[in-house]
Design a protein around this ligand. Structure first.
Ligand code: NAG
Ligand code: NAG
Ligand code: NAG
Ligand code: NAG
Ligand code: NAG
Ligand code: NAG
Ligand code: NAG
Ligand code: NAG
Ligand code: NAG
Ligand code: NAG
Ligand code: NAG
Length: 796
């Protein structure tokens, strides 16, 4: 019953649409528009809507505008209600829109034709910009074969529906109508829900209509916004009523827009026929508090609503955190708070409280009932995993970092506590980021966790590093503009002077690699020993790209990868802080005569498997596929338990792209560890790492360098060819002659066979890492390897 009036209205609306179709403004085949010509848009009969080019950035986009003030024709006076190809490139003023039998085509300056009206079932004969803001294409029988109402962008207009499965995506800003960061989806379960874009987990949603069944969101021409059951059974769920008053000479146009800031609003444009100017009113919003929109402030910061004449919202860092200059979100101040669990945490930390706090969508890892607020905050001090607690009415909720969706509002009766290291000044903890609309837009655009985007840039499983590097950096630039993954925010951000202290002025050099020197240091807060790598030969690229790179490294977590703990970026100074590996590099253990004990046979087999697992993880398991490009015993480090871990992964892309670098990437070991395709300038792929792994395997098993000049016979000089000879002659034991008695010949032969497969000159013959592991473990049989072509010993 309740929706009966709505149906009446809708029928009414439809008749109006039909009756007002003014054939005098029908657009005929062959009609064209251009930003240059006098005619840059096709107006609706009333003149309220125009279809055509509108300026955006340095170019033009194609779309429908609601002309806000008919007496002014300036573009700023108009509101874009629909955009064609919103994420496509902008076009120049020399482009043209053309109505053809294939529909409406956009012809770019370069002569490319892009269809605007996609997937027409029949030939187009004419088109029209209708008075309700719907652009339609007709066939020869004047049947609508395409309409803009069927593919809304961020707005629905009076008379338009959002049927089950359809969604609105907010714009980047009021000046940029590309897809932004929020969406409003009419779900197939009947619920109308707002989310951060492309995340449909319940914790990423920030508003919902709580309806179910088969629903359609309908904005009726008279301003009645309602959820209607599609099947006719069930009840309608009104959201807002614009209450159109038809008694005077005015035109009222309604539009409902998902704003760039994530709020869904119903607007009324009130035009006077006499003065031709309009007044705009907000009729309804799905949220009053901007802070309720998830992700508005970035990681480790919270959104505060300040009551006032006009409610204001501000983003604040939590106590002990500092705002990041370029991204929304905040970093923890100071050193790494090593969490060994042995130290008395209460000695070094305080809890800073924030009233009226809530963390919707962030899940506590522990919830206990505690009567006293003080007991709750103390319990966090005693728990070294705990970084924050929320006390709500007797319930004590513990959280880890990063905190994503914090907000405060005078209406919330909970208290949040943040753990803060005592050494830090607890003075004005927050940098007020007074929210002007531009700032907010930047915040919105940036704080998007663009894991997917970064993945895109990294998931290049096969590429030529040098040829395509510049191109890829461009791509990376575009994609990382939208922000960084939360992992970056769980890394520690250090200042240069802090790292100077940590390393006692870069005194204790542990080694020098492709990227610069590595120094030993100790974090003052936890006495944890770390390795600080000062990057030297890296490209002078933006901070953003660098952060994107380390985000990827920071996201990797594997037992056999050296863990990145933090970073420092100050101008051209770029440093990375890694966990310290007390047993040094595999190269030192295998080749340095000064080292008293060589690893035992068992340990060597273990090391090879550790390395294989790490490479498999980089190649296939970490979500973003990373090619190491520089795998060698110098980059394989051992911790105190003799677990081998790979370092320097994910950095190859930071090297200066010139010929010099190309030589320096392998250094002296170039001809030894780099696959032949490096020398041939051919495509570098995961198979190049497999080659390097094969050499490392043979060297580790045989405890010698691949190229050794001081040997008893000349054919022993190159390990890979000598290994093949021994294998052919069924004399693999010769390869480990002076080793201990525990060598298991079956395992040895298996390892040598795998190594020989890996070092094949033809990348196509080399196995993938998952097969390497199966073969090493003896799970699958190993075919007899062919001879790996002899590497040409060019520069030893
Ligand atoms: C465009 O308008 C200008 C004056 O506004 C006029 O001189 C010119 O002839 C017009 N061009 C076309 C193609 O109508
Ligand atoms: C239809 O077009 C004619 C001719 O241009 C015009 O006089 C009339 O006002 C238009 N009708 C409407 C409803 O706009
Ligand atoms: C609009 O925003 C998108 C996504 O952030 C960006 O790629 C594009 O360059 C922007 N366009 C303009 C004109 O600023
Ligand atoms: C047009 O059809 C293609 C292929 O069927 C489909 O992938 C595409 O999404 C369609 N485009 C629209 C706008 O419906
Ligand atoms: C909107 O939905 C109603 C039914 O709910 C339907 O009759 C009408 O045609 C739809 N409008 C458009 C423009 O598709
Ligand atoms: C959201 O998903 C759509 C479709 O899968 C994709 O085209 C778009 O790039 C995604 N947007 C973001 C910001 O990830
Ligand atoms: C919307 O409001 C108008 C005026 O207040 C009223 O006449 C009409 O019935 C309302 N419509 C619905 C569907 O509630
Ligand atoms: C509407 O406009 C006409 C002239 O265009 C005028 O005669 C009439 O009085 C107006 N009606 C109202 C209610 O303003
Ligand atoms: C539109 O504006 C006129 C003049 O200011 C006012 O009288 C009328 O009530 C307004 N209509 C609506 C629906 O707000
Ligand atoms: C301010 O926010 C409160 C709570 O969300 C809301 O009830 C009130 O209407 C808002 N006031 C203004 C002026 O927007
Ligand atoms: C606090 O918890 C008690 C007991 O669980 C409950 O009765 C009371 O309603 C809660 N108060 C608030 C404000 O949530």
């Amino acid at each position: 019953m309740a929706y009966a009036p709505a149906v009446v209205f809708l029928l009414c609306a439809l008749t109006i649409v039909k009756a007002e179709r003014n054939h005098s403004n029908v657009i005929k085949l062959g009609s064209s528009l251009s930003p240059n010509s006098n005619l840059s848009s096709w107006l609706s009969p009333s003149g309220h809507f125009g279809f055509g080019f509108y300026p955006q950035g340095n170019g033009f986009a194609v779309g429908i505008q609601l002309v806000n003030d008919l007496s002014l024709t300036k573009a700023e006076q108009s509101i874009v209600v629909w955009t064609a190809q919103r994420d496509g490139p902008l076009v120049s003023s020399n482009s043209m829109l053309l109505l053809t039998r294939d529909g409406l085509l956009l012809q770019t300056e370069q002569g490319k034709q892009v269809p605007i009206t996609e997937n027409l079932s029949k030939e187009a004969r004419s088109a029209a910009m209708l008075d309700y803001g719907n652009f339609v294409v007709y066939d020869h029988r004047s049947q609508v074969i395409w309409q803009s109402f069927d593919s809304p962008t961020d707005t629905i207009l009076g008379g338009q529906n959002l049927t089950s499965g359809m969604y609105l995506v907010s714009s980047v800003s009021s000046n940029n109508h590309s897809s932004g960061r929020y969406w409003l989806q009419m779900q197939t379960d009947g619920n109308l829900v707002s989310y951060q874009i492309n995340i449909t987990t319940p914790e990423a949603s920030y508003w919902s209509s709580n309806t179910h069944g088969d629903m359609t969101l309908s904005l009726e021409v008279r301003g009645f916004l309602v959820l209607l059951p599609e099947t006719g059974t069930g009840s309608a769920h009104p959201l807002a009523n614009g209450s159109y008053d038809p008694r005077n000479n005015r035109t009222i146009i309604y539009r409902a827009t998902l704003e760039a800031e994530g709020i869904f609003r119903l607007y009324l444009h009130n035009y006077s026929v006499m003065s031709r100017s309009s007044k705009v009113l907000i009729v309804w919003s799905n949220l009053d508090d901007q802070c309720e929109v998830k992700g508005v402030c970035g990681f480790n910061s919270y959104c505060a609503l300040i009551f006032g004449k006009t409610n204001k919202t501000e983003c604040h860092c939590y106590p002990g955190f500092n705002p990041n200059d370029e991204f929304p979100g905040c970093y923890k101040n100071g050193g790494y708070d090593g969490c060994t669990g042995n130290e008395d945490q209460r000695l070094r930390y305080n809890m800073a409280s924030i009233d009226h706090m809530s963390w919707p969508g962030d899940h506590p890892y522990s919830v206990v009932r505690l009567e006293k607020l003080q007991v709750c905050s103390d319990s966090c001090l005693k728990d070294c995993s705990c970084k924050a607690v929320l006390y709500i009415n007797g319930s004590c909720n513990k959280y880890k970092l990063p905190l994503r969706y914090g907000r405060t509002s005078p209406g919330i009766s909970a208290t949040g506590f943040i753990k803060v290291a005592e050494t830090h000044n607890l003075q004005p903890l927050v940098k007020n980021e007074t929210k002007n609309s531009r700032g907010l837009i930047v915040i919105l655009a940036l704080s998007l966790g663009s894991i997917a985007c970064i993945c895109f840039a990294f998931a290049v499983s096969s590429f030529t590093i040098y040829v395509y590097r510049l191109k890829r950096y461009k791509k990376l630039l575009d994609h990382t503009k939208v922000g960084l993954a939360e992992e970056l925010f769980s890394l520690q951000s250090f200042s240069y002077s802090e790292l100077e202290d940590v390393t006692h002025g870069f005194k204790d050099e542990l080694g020098r690699g492709t990227f610069g020197a590595v120094y030993k240091g100790t974090l003052s807060t936890s006495n944890k020993v770390v390795a600080v790598k000062r990057l030297e030969k890296v490209v002078e690229e933006g901070v953003r790209e660098f952060k994107a790179e380390i985000t990827t490294i920071g996201r990797t977590h594997h037992r056999n990868l050296v863990q990145l703990l933090g970073f420092c970026i100050e101008g051209s100074r770029k440093l990375l802080v890694y966990e310290y590996m007390s047993n040094g590099s595999l190269a030192r253990l295998l080749f340095n005569k000064a080292v008293p004990v060589r690893p035992s046979w068992r340990e060597r087999v273990g090391i090879v498997l550790d390395v294989a697992k790490a490479v498999l993880y980089l190649h296939e398991e970490c979500g973003v596929h990373i090619i190491h490009c520089n795998l060698k015993p110098q980059n394989i480090l051992l911790d105190h338990t003799w677990t081998a871990k790979i370092s320097d992964f994910g950095l190859a892309r930071l090297l200066v792209p010139n010929d010099e670098t190309k030589i320096s990437i392998g250094g002296e070991q170039r001809s030894t560890y780099l696959a032949p395709e490096w020398q041939k300038n051919a495509l570098i792929s995961v198979k190049s790492d497999i080659y390097s792994f094969g050499i490392v395997l043979l060297e580790t098993v045989c405890c010698r360098k691949n190229i050794e000049l001081k040997v008893s016979a000349p054919d022993e000089m190159i390990l890979s060819s000598w290994a093949y000879k021994c294998f052919k002659a069924r004399e693999v034991y010769k390869l480990v002659e002076d080793d201990d008695q525990n060598v298991d010949l079956k395992t040895l032969e298996r390892m040598i066979k795998v190594g020989l497969w890996c070092v094949q000159d033809d990348p196509g013959l080399r196995p993938l890492m998952k097969n390497v592991i199966l073969m090493l473990e003896g799970t699958t049989g190993i075919p007899v390897p062919p001879s790996p072509e002899l590497p040409k010993p060019v520069d030893f």
